[in-house]
Design a protein around this ligand. Structure first.
Ligand code: GTP
Ligand code: SPV
Ligand code: MN
Length: 595
């Protein structure tokens, strides 16, 4: 066993206690050095956990395959363990801390026998910033360590911060048997503790991400009067050189990564637009001394959806993942490069699929459905600094000032391309009633519409009614509050085809949003909010009929009346606890629709 490279007694005691429980053969402290990273990569390859990829075409890249039933977050095995059930609220799974520790301890007991326990000190946000929070993850997974080294600022600099006595989130993780029946993702927000066991993938295992930066952080943020959100952050540089920042919340696999690094389309680029990527998944936002809302991205990497990523949809990402990237559950080609459905070029004539089986395009399963080469939730992990559009303000301690907050989701019907809230309170109502069709990022039935308030349904670490209340209160604390908008890139025609081209073309919508923020654009008042006049969305260079644009901006009264019924049912689940302001907003919407 190693010595302890820290003087933080709380940390030392906890590492010892956890080792007594999990019984690893060895303990290794992660220092963030390149030598250590390379050693771990080498070990991972030797043990068959990683496949080294083509050193010329994909330098520093590796492929990892997960267990077949460990391919996405498992929300039904994810719990908020507060003393009182009421504090977790009706949208979270709850377990009492006593029962949770008991159940998980039985699985953690001796789970690291024959393995090494890695100690990963990490900072979410720039090391030393008052915006940042520290976590320490104990794990028996080299895959987790190597991912955390990309996704967070990890290593000795964080230990030095802990030497000063800084507090930290205790994150205990073990793959254990990777058995879905012995899998638990437990959060103890009152004690600043996370226990995750039985999974090795994504948000289940990289505990700095959804577990700390959203579930635990949202709980802390409420107490400390800030916001921890499932949002991308991007800067839009106007032709005059001014950069305005947008934070946008879309549910999982609904386009945050793509929007955060979009490439301006021809028509607009000629006018000199440029995009700066600050973050693609999580935003921590505070009211600063100037009365505006400032945001940092607590992460240092992207954990992005692979399928559909190509040089048309996301050229910046294609560039980003050429080096120092970990690929998970994609196709391996004979030349040790990778492929996924919707990647550049033709499918390879042959390859190895995400389950490690020989694969050819056109293969059918027993039911006659095509066999996918890559899992629909296959992902890549890559450093933000690889991204050509990475913001030059990534390490600034106060982050960037936010002009607009944008909500969105996948709605085949109903929601128009874009609309603006009448005011903050109406904006919170729009956020609280967000809904989307289910994607592959969660285990469950694809396509099913589910309410996902502010894209935080699976990530809010406390009672969602209190979360809405917190959002309402934050608006009152901000003299210079951002304006709030809603977008929908996913409206379809009768044949099920998308009406809007999306991706880079979404900048045309952002342009309207930012003009609204500058009070330079009129809009039509509709029952659901301000909507653009068709002529005000710049469509230069885009082949789209005015009929289609009209359809994209259409508000169908019957659809909205049905939506009201859905909202009512959803709100009713919160009982009397729902803030009265939201019921008022509901009634006002009903009145406007009835008029
Ligand atoms: P998480 O990492 O799970 O939180 O997802 P995300 O919100 O970052 O989603 P991402 O940007 O990875 O997009 C997910 C899927 O949506 C991909 O298949 C994209 O191709 C698709 N997508 C993204 N933007 C658009 C768009 O503007 N239009 C259409 N039609 N599809 C899009
Ligand atoms: C999401 O599902 O929203 C993700 C992927 O960003 S995970 O890290 O698994 O949460
Ligand atoms: Mn996400």
């Amino acid at each position: 066993m190693n010595d302890f490279p820290t003087t933080n007694k709380k940390l030392i005691d906890w590492v010892k206690k956890s080792a007594e429980l999990c019984k690893p053969d060895d303990i290794v402290w992660i220092d963030g050095s390149q030598e250590q990273q390379e050693l771990l990569q080498k070990e991972a390859v030797e043990r068959g956990e990683f496949i080294g990829l083509n050193k010329e075409k994909l330098p520093g890249c590796f492929l990892h395959r997960t267990a077949v039933d460990d391919v996405a977050r498992t929300e039904h095995l994810t719990f908020i363990c507060t003393k009182k059930k009421q504090d977790a609220g009706p949208t979270n799974n709850w377990m009492s801390p006593g029962a949770a520790y008991r159940k998980a301890r039985a699985i953690f007991e001796g789970a690291m026998r024959g393995r090494t326990m890695y100690v990963i000190p990490f900072s979410m946000g720039p090391v030393g910033s008052t915006f940042s929070k520290i976590g320490v993850e104990l794990t028996d997974s080299r895959y987790v360590v190597l991912n955390m080294l990309i996704m967070t600022r990890a290593g000795s600099a964080v230990l030095r911060q802990l030497d000063k006595g800084d507090d930290f989130t205790k994150c205990l993780h073990s793959r254990a048997e990777l058995d879905i029946n012995k899998r638990l993702i437990l959060h103890f927000p009152e004690e600043n503790i996370i226990w995750s066991v039985g999974s090795g993938y994504g948000g289940n295992a990289l505990l700095g991400k959804k577990c700390l930066s959203l579930r635990i952080a949202s709980f802390i943020a409420r107490k400390e009067h800030w916001l921890a959100e499932h949002m991308l952050i991007m800067g839009v540089e106007k032709p005059n050189g001014r950069i305005q920042y947008i934070a946008a919340a879309f549910p999982s696999a609904c386009g945050k990564t793509n929007l955060a690094m979009l490439v301006p389309p021809e028509g607009l680029r000629r006018k000199g637009y440029r995009i700066w990527t600050v973050g693609d998944d999580i935003a921590w936002m505070r009211v600063d001394t100037d009365g505006a809302l400032w945001a940092i991205n607590p992460e240092a990497g992207f954990f992005g959806v692979a399928p559909g990523t190509n040089s048309k949809t996301n050229p910046n990402m294609v560039e980003t993942i050429r080096k120092n990237t970990i690929y998970t559950n994609v196709v391996l080609r004979p030349d040790k490069t990778v492929w996924w459905e919707g990647a550049d070029g033709k499918p390879p004539a042959e390859g190895i699929d995400w389950q490690g089986r020989p694969w050819k395009p056109g293969m059918l399963d027993v039911r006659g459905n095509p066999v996918l080469g890559a899992h629909p939730n296959s992902r890549f992990t890559a450093p933000i600094v690889n991204c050509p559009s990475a913001s030059f303000r990534l390490d600034q301690h106060h982050g960037v000032p936010i002009s607009a907050i944008v909500f969105g989701g996948r709605r085949q019907h109903l929601a128009p391309l874009v609309y603006e809230a009448f005011d903050w309170e109406h904006g919170v109502f729009i956020g609280s009633t967000m809904a989307s069709e289910r994607t592959a990022a969660q285990v469950g039935t694809l396509g099913e519409v589910r309410r996902d308030p502010l894209a935080m349904l699976p990530f809010c670490g406390y009672n969602m009614s209190d979360y809405f209340r917190h959002w309402l209160a934050m608006g009152k604390k901000m003299p210079k509050a951002p304006r709030i908008f809603h977008v929908n890139w996913f409206r379809t025609n009768k044949e099920g085809k998308f009406l809007w081209p999306g991706f880079g073309e979404n900048l045309r919508v952002l342009e309207w949003i930012l003009d609204r923020c500058d009070n330079r654009m009129n809009a039509a008042e509709s029952p659901i909010g301000y909507i653009p006049y068709c002529k005000d969305i710049d469509l230069t260079g885009l082949d789209i009929s005015s009929e289609t644009i009209q359809k994209l901006l259409e508000i169908n009264k019957n659809d909205w009346l049905e939506e009201l019924r859905g909202i009512k049912k959803f709100f009713a689940a919160f009982n009397k606890h729902l803030p009265e302001e939201l019921w008022q907003q509901y009634k006002k919407l009903q009145e406007r629709l009835d008029r």
